[in-house]
Design a protein around this ligand. Structure first.
Ligand SMILES: [Ca+2]
Ligand SMILES: [Ca+2]
Length: 205
């Protein structure tokens, strides 16, 4: 066999060997050769995280009916485990009946369970909250929390002892409010939500 033919056959052998050794897409294979895919298990109840999150009334007639919720994962007590802050919205029905929903803070116990420490942390404010952000704004080594709201936003200072203090007014970060003038609900269709958000959030020039 010609030398050039042997080279080609050797190259092809190496090529197919490399193909066999390459990891296959779709996850690892089991012993019987079937592809195994990553699966998720709902452990919400088991972890102690089951809470009702409200996003407007049952009928979405208003912009705020479809604009709420969110979560921040952050280690507020610096114990090495990520804790969870759940942002809650509200509804006209709940407000009318005098029991508006509130946000939640869950402490990560480090054993795949969480403890509701909302009241202890002083983070159980109610309102039409729409999101959150985390950062150490005062550089004291403890992560602070900023909650956006349909109304004045809230900055919580982490006191480093498991509690938070609302320092919004002192810090001057309530931001432009989304609350309509005179407290009148402005009726908007869901299809105009983008326009509505831009109209409400852009500061006056
Ligand atoms: Ca933690
Ligand atoms: Ca801080």
């Amino acid at each position: 066999m010609a030398r050039s033919t042997l080279k080609v056959l050797g190259f092809l052998a190496l090529f197919f060997l490399a193909l066999l050794l390459l990891p296959r897409h779709g996850g690892p294979t089991s012993g019987n050769g079937e592809t195994q895919f990553t699966a998720f298990t709902d452990i919400t109840q088991k972890a102690g995280l089951a809470r009702k999150i409200t996003i407007g009334d049952a009928v979405s007639d208003y912009l705020i009916d479809v604009k709420a919720g969110g979560a921040c994962f952050f280690d507020y007590d610096n114990d090495g485990f990520q804790d969870i802050f759940l942002v809650n919205g509200s509804s006209r029905k709940d407000e009318r009946e005098g029991h508006p929903p509130h946000d939640y803070l869950f402490h990560n116990n480090g054993d795949e369970t969480f403890t509701d420490v909302t009241a202890k942390a002083h983070l159980g404010a109610s309102g039409w909250h729409t999101g959150c952000a985390v950062g150490d704004y005062d550089n004291d080594g403890y992560l602070d929390l900023y909650v956006t709201n349909y109304g004045p936003n809230i900055l919580y200072r982490n006191n480093g002892d498991g509690t938070f203090t609302d320092v919004t007014a002192k810090a001057g970060v309530a931001g432009p409010t989304l609350t309509p003038p005179n407290g009148v609900w402005e009726r908007r269709s869901v299809t105009s939500i983008t326009t509505a958000i831009l109209t409400c959030t852009l500061p006056a020039l």
